[in-house]
Design a protein around this ligand. Structure first.
Ligand code: NAD
Ligand code: LMR
Length: 339
């Protein structure tokens, strides 16, 4: 079975400048927050994706310049910039996939949950518009705290009567990208051939890489696995500290977001056996949202895959993450219900 994170990334590079076949379906992708640190490189990468026929770039400011710039690249998609709330409807109408990197990033010393007060409101207003203008689109939520913004989106869609649980995804691909890179470094193998599932959520200890299932197999000791786990969990903070007040991961996130979006589009187009880790509505644990391997298909989630065999260390990690993840989910649901 193909686990597509690695194959998608090769695909992105291989096909970036290629021409699409005439049978490739029309697909409109909207990026909300397209002028931001993630939004701009993500717009670039989506412009390179031959599966996209229309690319709508929306932000509250600066989108005309980003759109004009990206639109000159000689690839398939037609690019349009939309700025300000009165243009949001046009940006969304007809979208097959909406990617949301809108919102404030962390500064050193902050947790992702410290972003809740600002980003919850942004996500709420964007999801209200999605429910109205493109209720059938797949939604890729990047805005933090993902552990809460996905439950917020679900509640907003429920209120609007347009909640399709198979179409809502929290983007946790960057955790997978990091786990693969760090594992490849320790195991001394090429990152391109590495696979590591990452489950749970997207903040601190809720990020649980399953190195016991990593391939190719490497003989790493317990201490090495612990160090790799901690580095994956703290990967975002490593970048926030290195950027020293100038934001969080943008380039690696744009790459991860483009890989995940590419897999969603392939699923929509009927490509079989596309599997990515993502934070989705789930019954594989007692928590209503959980990240795990997900099979993608023509309607979004085709199947939420189980966790597989865990090491004792991973079993412990799973138990320890549940309380925090549960409270982040409840916080999101409460916000959406009260606002
Ligand atoms: P940024 O500040 O550089 O860009 C955010 C953009 O959002 C800005 O252009 C801003 O104008 C726009 N924006 C604000 N309110 C908006 C609204 N109502 N509608 C549309 N656009 C709006 O921030 P960034 O570095 O691009 O990060 C964006 C978000 O992504 C943050 O919340 C960050 O924590 C998160 N993030 C998530 C992951 C992940 O793995 N899921 C990784 C990195 C960053
Ligand atoms: C990341 O993992 O890089 C993002 O969630 C941004 C952050 O605040 O760490």
């Amino acid at each position: 079975k193909r686990v597509s994170s690695s194959s998608s990334s090769t695909y992105l590079i291989r096909r970036s400048f290629g021409s699409e076949s005439s049978s490739t379906p029309e697909r409109k992708v909207a990026v909300l927050g397209a002028a931001g640190g993630i939004g701009q490189p993500l717009a670039l990468l989506m412009k390179l994706n031959p599966l996209v026929s229309k690319l709508a770039l929306y932000d509250i400011a600066s989108t005309p310049g980003v759109a004009a710039d990206v639109s000159h690249i000689n690839t398939r998609s037609q690019v349009t910039g939309y700025m300000g709330e009165d243009q949001l409807a046009k940006a969304l109408e007809g979208s097959d996939l909406v990617i949301i990197p809108a919102g404030v990033p962390r500064k050193p010393g902050m947790t992702r949950d410290d972003l809740f007060n600002i980003n919850a409101g942004i996500v709420k207003s964007l999801c209200t518009a999605i429910a109205k203008y493109c209720p059938n689109a797949l939604v890729n939520m990047i805005s933090n705290p993902v552990n809460s913004t996905v439950p917020i989106a679900a509640e907003i869609f429920k209120k609007a009567g347009t909640y399709y649980e198979k179409k809502l995804f929290g983007v946790t691909t960057l955790d997978v990208v990091r786990a693969k890179t760090f594992y490849a470094g320790k195991a001394n193998v090429s990152p391109a051939g590495v696979n590591v599932p990452v489950v749970g959520g997207h903040a601190g200890i809720t990020i649980l890489p399953l190195f016991s299932q990593a391939t190719p197999k490497a003989n790493l000791g317990d201490e090495e696995i612990k160090a790799l786990t901690k580095r994956t969990q703290d990967g975002g903070t490593e970048v926030v500290e290195a950027k020293a007040g100038k934001g969080s991961a943008t380039l690696s996130m744009a790459y991860a977001g483009a890989v995940f979006a590419d897999s969603c589009l392939k699923g929509l187009n009927g490509v079989p056996d596309i599997v990515e880790c993502s934070y989705v509505q789930s019954t594989i644990t007692e928590l209503p949202f959980f990240a795990s391997k997900v099979k993608l298909g023509k309607n979004g989630v085709e199947e939420v895959l189980g966790l597989g065999p865990l090491s004792d260390y991973e079993k412990q990690g799973l138990e320890s993450l549940k309380a925090e993840l549960k409270s982040s989910i409840e916080k999101g649901i409460k916000f959406a219900k009260d606002n």
